[in-house]
Design a protein around this ligand. Structure first.
Ligand code: ARG
Ligand code: ZN
Length: 870
């Protein structure tokens, strides 16, 4: 069956420097699918024409796991040479028509790339290189063509990209007039139900919007549909971009490797990011659904109308689209809280990635398996880079640059250089030097030293970026630091001004409330203050994704925590105090009682949004503390970090008991559940307080919340709290029984029970749960919920016995032959191994070598090899 066997596939890297234009371009594509679970027939008719930009007329098509039944060129049968990655055949010198028929087996496709089946329904995932598993094709993003698709099957609903053109009993035809690369192709067929509405675009066209789900799920589609409509309106209003087809289809599937996919006119989503009802979805789920629906929709312009020339340019569509979805979510939910959430995520995932063996530039220069580069760096740091461009160019120039980009490159497969050139043009080349952000890996460190003479404040900034794999030498990047100044009693004396550090070192001087570059001597590291110096609020709003290193006293931080006009830095000040207190406690030092008091004042301050207060109450995670210790040249002990952090939380609970009790009572939400940001913020603060209270009452209040909650946010948090207290046995059983039949909700049970189990017990719990018949490694959501929850339970994963590492490796070895993409992604849990002591390092690298010894997929081989760094 397999003419193209995956065993001998490429293992050398693909390099950006070796990009070559395609030899042949595609005029148009006609596809016919005769769907069958194990023997689907795909016929293709593709018109090729020579690419004037290429002299080579060699003809090669990508193909993988395809059984070729027949092939012809201009109607004459041909016998192509088939290898593991595709075929080649002698082609005419001029335009010609390629036709072929292949057979594929969607049911056997557990990789979930190409055409596969999920619960009896046919669906596709083609990004990045899945189309070659459907038929032979030049499967690269710089080959764009309009597609016409005919589907024949007994499924009641048959969808593809573009507009429906005709249908009848057992067949349907679709035409997508917009030239697109094959990675945006999609097909869905199944028993599906739509929830629909219409949207009249700002350009006066009507589009039907459909959210398709399996029968029984129709009552959970409303939020996604509403989010889609709001996203469309937002993109029209803010970016002037309207939708361009008669119909927009969005389909939910249960088996999906990633979050969602922006296929032209036919977005396919992991059902986890579509289906929502108050009983089954948490506030966080609602927020993610809104953000991901927007993200995929926004790709219609940033990704689809303008796509990427090659996969090295992935951040061109992903970084930009993430930036756009964050702008949208900030507009909807409030920018301050959204920014704090985003930075928490950036530090937890991207800074961690950038500090380890998988560090790579926002635009990587080589890859073995492109699916391994859908990373926090490409997405999140990629979005930060766009944010800095906006800060540096200013919002108006940003808008002009984007308009120019849309106008000039509509229909193109573009590069970062094309995008950046638009900024250069509108700013008169003012940004030359910024480009290094795309090519240099690693998180820059900025040290800041101030000098206060009694009337002049001087600030010296220095930057350096640590070496990363393959990049031993680093140069300076542009670092825009939004900076404000407070008087010692907390009044703002200089408003926010962006100071941009472009070289390895620069000094700025504050005169008359304005910062100016100074060519005088650098600031003295020992401030000779004649009176209390003004207080600096640096990197407001986290204007640059860097690590700041600056000597700041606790007293100064407490003033920023109480008075900074920038909400991000207010939170950040609290965060830094908390981090220092935790590090002090780890060294056996006593906590500063002023900290609990300051935290108590902030958390009880009714003039602040509850969501902000909830965030202020969150302590740095165990993983974050471990990274900080490592950065300070020390070796983290995960068990001790867990124990001390718990002690500190206990101390805080005791010190502020009345406050937490009051919050739990005062923040009860009345009336029907609403997922809006305000209501969600109240629940978030209440649930944090409930967690604190559970450290005093043994979980009684949490048990009460669990028993009476009418929404998943509260039931799930209460369950997590009870499990952390070691008392949630009964509630866990209740939850399981209640949600047994609901895959997305049962996933929450797996992740909550494993993710909150005590460090000494979690691996045993995880082994027990993964032995249940409900655990199926073929479904990525279930696998991530169970196995991923153990690797996210820091103290359990890093248990001194090494059982956490073994558990993960055992399951990765099972998963890899089924689904290499998800296996590779989850292997990255080992990326922090160099932080730890020799025993743990040995145990982690042993597991990585054990995985490599099984002869794993290209995906896992690449990750494991890079992790080991040898
Ligand atoms: N482009 C999708 C997004 O919106 C992600 C798809 C990634 N899929 C993959 N197999 N790598 O971010
Ligand atoms: Zn995306």
């Amino acid at each position: 069956m397999k003419d193209a066997t995956p065993q001998t596939v490429r293992s050398d890297p693909v390099r950006l420097a070796q990009y070559e234009a395609p030899n042949w371009l595609v005029e148009d594509v006609h596809l016919t699918f005769r769907l069958h679970p194990t023997a689907t027939r795909v016929t293709s008719r593709i018109r090729f024409r020579p690419n004037p930009d290429s002299a080579d007329r060699g003809f090669r098509l990508d193909g993988e796991d395809l059984k070729l039944l027949s092939a012809s060129i201009d109607g004459r049968a041909v016998e192509p040479r088939i290898d593991a990655e595709g075929l080649s055949v002698d082609a005419p010198n001029d335009a010609f028509i390629w036709e072929c028929e292949v057979e594929i087996d969607p049911k056997a496709n557990t990789r979930l790339e190409g055409l596969y089946m999920s619960k009896g329904m046919y669906c596709t995932q083609c990004e990045a290189e899945g189309f070659r598993r459907i038929t032979f094709y030049p499967d690269r993003p710089d080959v764009m063509a309009p597609f016409t698709v005919r589907i024949e099957s007994d499924q009641p609903v048959m969808l593809s990209n573009g507009n429906p053109t005709a249908s009848g009993d057992g067949w349907a035809e679709w035409h997508d007039p917009w030239p697109k690369p094959a990675y945006l192709f999609a097909l869905v067929a199944g028993e599906l139900r739509a929830t629909s509405t219409t949207h009249r675009t700002s350009e006066g066209r009507d589009a039907t919007l459909n959210v398709w789900v399996r029968p029984g799920d129709e009552d959970r589609t409303g939020y996604a549909l509403d989010a889609l409509k709001r996203s469309m309106e937002w993109d029209e209003r803010v970016y002037g971009r309207a939708y361009d087809l008669e119909v927009f289809n969005l389909v939910a599937v249960d088996d999906f490797n990633m979050g969602a996919m922006e296929n032209k006119g036919l977005n396919i989503f992991n059902s986890k990011y579509v289906l929502a009802s108050p009983e089954t979805a948490t506030d966080r789920d609602y927020e993610l659904i809104e953000g991901i629906v927007a993200h995929e929709y926004f790709h219609n312009w940033t990704g689809n109308r303008i796509t990427c020339r090659d996969w090295f340019q992935l951040c061109l569509k992903e970084g930009l689209t993430v930036f756009r979805d964050k702008q949208f979510s900030g507009d909807v939910r409030g920018h301050a809280v959204k920014r704090i959430d985003d930075v928490l995520m950036l530090r937890a995932r991207q800074f961690r990635e950038d500090a380890g063996p998988l560090a790579h530039p926002v635009r990587p220069e080589e890859y073995v398996e492109i699916n391994n580069f859908y990373t926090a760096t490409v997405y999140e740091k990629g979005a930060e880079v766009i944010g800095m461009l906006r800060t540096l160019a200013g919002p108006e120039a940003y808008d002009r640059a984007l308009t120019l980009y849309f106008d000039r490159h509509d229909g193109d497969a573009a590069t970062i250089e094309d995008f950046f050139a638009c900024f250069q043009e509108v700013t008169g080349n003012a940004l030359t030097g910024f480009e290094r952000w795309w090519s240099q890996a690693g998180t820059p460190r900025v040290t800041a030293v101030t000098h206060w003479s009694g009337d002049v404040l001087t600030l010296t900034l220095r930057q350096s970026t640590p070496a990363t794999p393959g990049q031993p030498q680093k140069g300076p990047v542009w670092i825009p630091l939004a900076t404000g100044v407070l008087s010692p009693d907390g009044k703002e004396v200089a408003p926010t001004q962006v100071l941009t550090l472009k070289t390895s070192e620069a000094t700025f001087r504050l005169e008359g409330g304005i910062w100016r570059p100074s060519d005088g001597p650098a600031a003295d590291p020992l401030p000779a203050s004649v009176e209390p110096a003004p207080i600096l609020s640096l990197n407001r709003g986290f204007s640059a994704p860097v690590i700041l290193d600056r000597k700041v006293t606790d007293a100064e931080r407490l003033i920023l925590l109480a008075h900074d006009t920038d909400p991000f830095n207010r939170w950040e000040a609290g965060r830094q105090v908390a981090k220092e207190q935790l590090l002090r406690a780890l060294d056996g030092g006593a906590l500063d009682p002023a900290w609990f008091d300051a935290l108590g004042r902030l958390v009880s301050d009714d003039s602040l949004e509850p969501a902000f207060r909830a965030l202020a109450l969150g302590l740095p995670s165990e993983d974050d503390i471990a990274q900080s210790l490592h950065d300070a040249g020390r070796t983290p002990d995960p068990a001790r970090i867990h124990a001390i952090r718990e002690d500190v939380l206990q101390g805080l609970a005791e010190a502020q008991a009345p406050l937490f009790r009051a919050l739990v009572d005062a923040l009860v939400t009345h009336g029907p559940y609403s997922p809006d940001a305000e209501a969600a913020g109240r629940r978030a603060l209440r649930l944090r307080a409930l967690d604190m209270l559970s450290r005093l009452d043994g979980g009684d209040a949490a048990a009460e919340v669990f028993a009476t909650a009418d929404n998943m946010t509260e039931s799930l948090s209460a369950l997590a709290i009870l499990i952390r207290r070691g008392t949630g046995e009964a509630e866990s059983g209740t939850f399981f029984t209640r949600w047994y039949d609901d895959p997305n909700t049962l996933d929450k049970w797996f992740s909550t029970v494993i993710g909150n189990a005590a460090p000494d017990e979690a691996v045993a719990v995880a082994r027990r749960l993964t032995a249940l018949p409900e655990f199926d490694p073929k479904t990525p959501n279930r696998f991530r919920s169970a196995v991923g929850a153990l690797s996210a339970n820091t103290a359990a994963f890093h248990h001194a016995s090494g059982e956490g590492y073994r558990f993960l490796a055992d399951w990765l070895i099972v998963l890899d032959p089924i689904n290499p993409q998800t296996a590779a992604r989850m292997t990255t849990a080992f990326e922090t191994w160099r932080r730890y002591d020799g025993d743990r390092q040995g145990m982690m690298t042993d597991q990585l070598r054990r995985i490599l010894a099984t002869g794993p997929s290209r995906d896992v081989t690449e990750i494991a090899t890079r992790l080991l760094g040898d």
